[in-house]
Design a protein around this ligand. Structure first.
Ligand code: CCH
Length: 287
């Protein structure tokens, strides 16, 4: 089975599948969290680990898991992600050979697939780094801003406009917490299932500013139970972004294909994979 040569453990696909299965099992067991799943917060952990990447300097990205350390873990954008890291700790204890960096990304892949999303090909090979590799604050997007800010942040990682819109569809999942970001509420009525509902709601609902003491956010006029951030609104007020939002609202299959491609790119930013390393497809639980 697993390759063991002179005490050096060389994990194979079947070993990653075991880790995947353990994360999936925990997701199923721990259903008393938020809307019934840790899935969304695991996706957010994997995204925030990756989204610090700067293509000019090659710093940041998922290779390092530096969010384990206080400077980066305490960045405002990362508030609440300790819930995801703690959720994964028993998995790390059971499979100590996997790096935190690879584990966090594997958990994002697992969460997306288990929440009925597209297949996300996975490639391991990340190594945990020391505290000195922590990225400076301010690399992740600020929800109070608009289209220029989105381009500044995502172009820095090497993404284009289409990719920005495809990535934003992740907000079909999960919710905002006043205790974390200050914002409140979910984007969709099915926050634990991957869908193209984010685009449909953005385009088809009427949105107005929520009247409250919190930060500026929008609410849907029909039920007033859903939310959009100012940055979400930029996806339909910017002409170029909007064209992609319209395509994804109409065609969930296209969204799934583009979302899978762009999230693989996100998860691999700045990772020096070994020569000849290959992506693997890990098997979802219920198919
Ligand atoms: Fe996001 N996101 N995100 N987001 N995000 C929040 C929650 C989630 C922004 C701001 C916020 C992406 C892009 C952006 C998820 C995935 C992605 C929250 C609420 C804010 C604020 C945090 C809280 O209070 O708990 C901004 C700004 C951008 C700009 O583009 C991208 C890209 C992804 C993934 C591909 C997920 C999932 C959540 C839900 C987390 C949860 O705990 O439910």
């Amino acid at each position: 089975s697993s390759g063991e040569t002179a005490g050096i453990f060389t994990p194979k696909q079947e070993d990653y599948q075991k880790v995947y299965d353990d994360i999936a099992k925990l997701l199923e067991e721990k259903d008393d969290y938020d809307d019934g799943s840790y899935g969304p917060v695991l996706v957010r952990l994997a995204w925030h680990a990756s989204g610090t990447y700067d293509k000019e300097t090659g710093t940041g990205g998922s290779n390092g898991a530096t969010m384990r350390f206080a400077p980066e873990g305490d960045h405002g954008a990362n508030a609440g992600l300790v819930a995801a890291r703690d959720f994964l700790e028993p998995v790390k204890q059971k499979h100590p050979w996997i790096s935190y960096s690879d584990l966090w990304i594997l958990s994002g892949v697992c969460a997306i697939q288990e929440m009925q999303g597209p297949v996300i090909p996975y490639r391991p090979g990340r190594h945990d780094k020391d505290i000195v590799a922590c990225t400076p604050d301010g690399r992740l997007p600020d929800a109070s801003q608009g289209n220029k800010h989105l381009r500044d942040i995502f172009y820095r990682m090497g993404f284009n406009d289409q990719e920005i819109v495809a990535l934003s569809g992740a907000h079909a999942l999960g919710r905002c917490h006043t205790t974390r970001s200050g914002y409140e509420g979910p984007w969709t009525f099915s926050p634990t299932v991957v869908t193209n509902e984010y685009y449909k709601l953005l385009l088809n609902e009427k949105w107005s500013w929520k009247k409250w003491n919190g930060p500026k956010q929008l609410e849907d006029k029909t039920t007033r139970s859903l939310m959009m951030l100012p940055t979400d609104m930029a996806i339909v007020t910017d002409k170029t972004f909007k064209q992609w939002a319209e395509k994804y609202a109409k065609d969930e299959e296209l969204f799934f294909k583009d979302f899978s491609n762009v999230i693989v790119k996100l998860f691999e930013l700045g990772v020096p994979f070994a020569e000849g390393s290959e992506k693997m497809t890990l098997k979802p639980t219920n198919v």
